[in-house]
Design a protein around this ligand. Structure first.
Ligand code: R5P
Length: 316
């Protein structure tokens, strides 16, 4: 392990520290500050020549600041002669801009992939990408982890039965099906229409939810509109308790107050994005992905297969 060095940007230092604790290594020294005009200044505080380097930085809000910080760290490490640099991006921002669904719009997820590659990343390690196809935007190796096992463990501890897994939109069917298989539960799909980036409307529910306990699964909760509208429709259709398992808790705008007022009993998110104190709520629980990342980093370092960590979902 003495050839491995792990650095963290400022987006989620707590997660990076937990990963290091898991791996029994010290977090590498990197000094991040700003010049008086707001430009980011990075200084790597230790020798990385010939080292296998991992930089942990989710590109969560403030997205552009965190992304730029990551790019600058990659550049510093490449110029310091690291042997291999893995960008560990627990939450990959801009992922929802992954296709040209209207005229004259960018594919920003591809642009971000290009700049990461250009800045010096040799590989990417990430979690629950908004769309699996984003892997193909990179021409460097990418390992894609899934939070399924982390959530399955949390919900198993809650011990409830008569369960249905629901996707809040048709895009999430594959993920929901994988969870349903793991829980040996039924499957339901909420057919949602997005009226604007902040507002959604439920059209239909496919599947039987009357008298069932429902777990809504999704990759991202931003404004909370999708999940709250889906929960309301499920309740109307006779669902008993409603839980949600959502990997990336962006929780922007008034998402937390929407969740607090909603019929959702518990929302479980991961620590891919740090949960600010101002966003804490009795309804929101956090499951850690630190051991999942620690395991993956160790396997990448020792050139071992990491497929055992995500087989369950890919075969779903
Ligand atoms: C959409 O396709 C995603 O999977 C999420 O459902 C969506 O990004 C959630 O956004 P919001 O919480 O703002 O409805």
């Amino acid at each position: 392990m003495d050839k491995m060095v792990i650095f963290s940007g400022s987006a989620n230092k707590k997660l990076a520290e937990k990963i290091c604790k898991n791996l029994k290594v010290k977090l590498g020294q990197a000094f991040i500050s700003h010049f008086s005009d707001g430009e980011i200044r990075v200084e790597i505080g230790e020798n990385v020549r010939g080292k296998d380097v991992f930089v942990i930085q989710p590109t969560c809000p403030p997205v552009n600041e965190n992304l730029m910080e990551l790019l600058i760290m990659l550049d510093a490490l490449r110029r310091a002669s690291a042997q291999r640099i893995t960008a560990v991006i627990p939450y990959f921002g801009y992922a929802r801009q992954d296709r040209k669904d209207q005229p004259r719009v960018p594919i920003t997820a591809k642009l971000v992939a290009n700049v990461l590659d250009e800045a010096g990343a040799d590989r990417i390690l990430t979690l629950d990408l908004h769309a699996g196809q984003i892997q193909g935007f990179f021409d460097i190796p990418l390992d894609h982890l899934y939070a399924t096992n982390v959530f399955v463990d949390s919900f198993r501890r809650m011990r409830f039965n008569n369960m249905v897994i629901a996707s809040p939109d048709v895009g999430g069917i594959k993920t929901a099906r994988a969870y349903a298989k793991r829980f040996r539960a039924g499957l339901a799909i909420v057919d949602k229409r997005r009226n604007s980036p902040e507002a959604t409307e439920v059209m239909h529910i496919l599947g039987e939810v009357d008298g069932k306990n429902v777990i809504l699964v999704d990759d991202i909760i931003a404004t909370g509109s999708s999940i709250v509208e889906a929960a309301r429709a499920l309740k109307k259709a006779g669902a008993e308790k409603i839980f949600a398992a959502i990997t990336h808790g962006i929780l922007s705008a008034d998402a937390v107050s929407k969740i607090n007022k909603s019929c959702i009993d518990t929302l479980v998110i991961t620590d891919s994005i740090p949960l600010a104190d101002s966003k804490k709520s009795k309804k929101i629980k956090v499951a850690s992905v630190s051991s999942l990342f620690a395991d993956a980093i160790k396997r990448i370092h020792f050139e071992e297969s990491i497929s055992v960590l995500f087989n369950s979902l890919e075969k779903g």
